[in-house]
Design a protein around this ligand. Structure first.
Ligand code: TTP
Ligand code: MN
Ligand code: MN
Ligand code: MN
Length: 376
C-alpha cells in the first residue's frame, strides 16, 4: 500500500500555468469522461460546471501517475463534488453512469453533431434542436434552413473538416503559408501556433501568427495572401476580420477574450501527394474527374504588430485551459490584466513590454513553461 508522496499532491497549484502538462496522459479514462461532462454543460450554457470539469481534466492530465484509488486524489485542488463522484464510479465500475447517460442523451447527441459543423455553435444548435432536427444528415437534407456563408462551407467540406489534420498536413500547409507570405514581405515571421506548437500530432485546424519585424506594418498583407490563393484556386473559404485594436485601451478582463488582431479564418485546398490521378489509366474521362486529390483544411491566420508578438504567441499557443489560467493567475495573484495584446500592471498603472514568452512569465513571477508543457 504505497501512499502518493505528499511532495506530489501537496504542492500542486490550482493554476495550470504553474504546472507542466505534457501530452503524456496517465488518466485518459478519467479526462475523456470529464470532457464529455464539460461539453454537455457547455451545450446547456452552464459555464460554471463546464469549467469545473475542464479544470479537473487539466489537473488529471498533469498527474504523473494513473489514479487507481480515491486516496490518490486526496489533497488535490480542482476536484469538486461532481468530479469526485465521477472518479469514484470509474474507479469502482470501470465506467461512469453519469457519462453514459450524457452519451445516450438525445439533446447531447444532436448538439455534438451540429457543433461539429464549421460555423455552428450552441445558439444555432439550440434553434435547430427546437425545430426537431437531430442529425447532420437531416440538416443537409433540409433546404429551408437559412445558413451563413460559413455554415454553407461547413456542410460543403464536412467530411474533410471532421477528419483531423495530421502533422504532415500541417507541415505542408506551413510551407505554403511561408512561401506566400514571403513573396509579399520577405522579412515577415510566420510561426505555427495552437496545438501543433504544443507538440500535438493531430489537430482540428492549423493556426499561424504572422508579424513583420521593424516598424513597417502592412494592413494589406492578409488581403494579398488570400487574393493570391484565390487566383491559384486554393481558397475554398475565407473570412477576413479587420483589426479593432485601440492603443492605450486596457486589456480585456473577460476570461475567454477574443482578441482584436486582424485575422482570417480560411479553408484551404491541400493537394494530397498520395493521390495520383495520372496513375488511373482508364479510358473513361468521367471516371477520372471523380477522383478527389485534395483535402479541405481549416487554417487560421493572425497578423500582429511586432511589439505585441510575444503576447499573441502566448495566447494563440494555448491550450485554452492554460490561457484561461494565465489570465486568472495574473488578475487574482498579481493584480495584472493579461490578454493577447499585452500585460497591464494595475498597481504601477503601466503596460509591461515583452519581447519573448519568457519575459511574460517573468513579469508574472511564474517559472517558464515550454509550449509542449502547456497541454493542460
Ligand atoms: P484552437 O485552434 O481553437 O485550439 P488548439 O489549436 O489548441 O486545438 P485544435 O487542435 O482543436 O485546433 O485555438 C488555439 C488557441 O488560440 C487556443 O488556446 C485559444 C486561442 N485563441 C485566441 O486566443 N483567440 C481566438 O480568437 C481564438 C479563436 C483562439
Ligand atoms: Mn488549432
Ligand atoms: Mn479547437
Ligand atoms: Mn484555430
Amino acid at each position: 500500500e504505497s501512499e502518493v508522496p505528499s511532495c506530489i499532491t501537496r504542492k500542486v497549484s490550482q493554476y495550470s500555468c504553474q504546472r507542466k502538462t505534457t501530452l503524456n496522459n496517465y488518466n485518459k479514462k478519467f479526462t475523456d469522461a470529464f470532457e464529455i461532462m464539460a461539453e454537455n454543460y457547455e451545450f446547456k450554457e452552464n459555464e460554471i460546471f463546464c469549467l469545473e470539469f475542464l479544470r479537473a481534466a487539466s489537473l488529471l492530465k498533469y498527474l504523473p501517475f494513473p489514479v487507481t484509488r480515491m486516496k490518490d486524489i486526496q489533497g488535490l485542488p480542482c476536484i469538486g463534488d461532481q468530479v469526485r463522484d465521477v472518479i469514484e464510479e470509474i474507479i469502482e465500475e470501470g465506467e461512469s453512469s453519469r457519462v453514459k447517460e450524457v452519451l445516450n442523451d438525445e439533446r447531447y447527441k444532436a448538439f455534438k453533431q451540429f457543433t461539429s459543423v464549421f460555423g455552428v455553435g450552441v445558439k444555432t444548435s439550440e434553434k435547430w434542436y427546437r425545430m426537431g432536427l437531430r442529425t447532420v444528415e437531416e440538416l443537409k437534407a433540409d433546404k429551408t434552413l437559412k445558413l451563413s456563408k460559413m455554415q454553407k462551407a461547413g456542410f460543403l467540406y464536412y467530411e474533410d473538416l471532421v477528419s483531423c489534420v495530421s502533422k504532415a498536413e500541417a507541415d505542408a500547409v506551413t510551407l505554403i503559408v511561408k512561401n506566400t507570405v514571403s513573396t509579399f514581405l520577405p522579412d515577415a515571421l510566420v510561426t505555427i501556433t495552437g496545438g501543433f506548437r504544443r507538440g500535438k500530432k493531430m489537430g482540428h485546424d492549423i493556426d499561424f501568427l504572422i508579424t513583420n519585424p521593424g516598424p513597417r506594418e502592412d494592413d494589406e498583407l492578409l488581403h494579398k495572401v488570400v487574393d493570391l490563393w484565390k487566383k491559384q484556386g486554393l481558397l475554398l473559404y475565407c473570412d477576413i476580420i479587420e483589426s479593432t485594436f485601440v492603443e492605450e485601451q486596457l486589456p480585456s478582463r473577460k476570461v475567454d477574450a477574443m482578441d482584436n488582431f486582424q485575422k482570417c479564418f480560411t479553408i484551404l485546398k491541400l493537394y494530397q501527394p498520395g493521390v495520383d490521378n495520372s496513375s488511373y489509366n482508364t479510358s473513361k474521362k468521367s471516371d477520372m474527374a471523380e477522383i478527389k486529390d485534395w483535402k479541405a483544411i481549416r487554417v487560421d491566420l493572425v497578423i500582429t504588430p511586432f511589439e505585441q508578438y510575444a503576447y499573441a504567441l502566448l495566447g494563440w499557443t494555448g491550450s485554452r485551459e492554460f490561457g484561461r489560467d494565465l489570465r486568472r493567475y495574473a488578475s487574482h495573484e498579481r493584480k495584472m490584466i493579461l490578454d493577447n495584446h499585452g500585460l497591464y500592471d494595475r498597481r504601477k498603472r503601466i503596460f509591461l513590454k515583452a519581447g519573448s514568452e519568457e519575459e511574460i512569465f517573468a513579469h508574472l513571477g511564474l517559472d517558464y513553461v515550454e509550449p509542449w508543457e502547456r497541454n493542460a
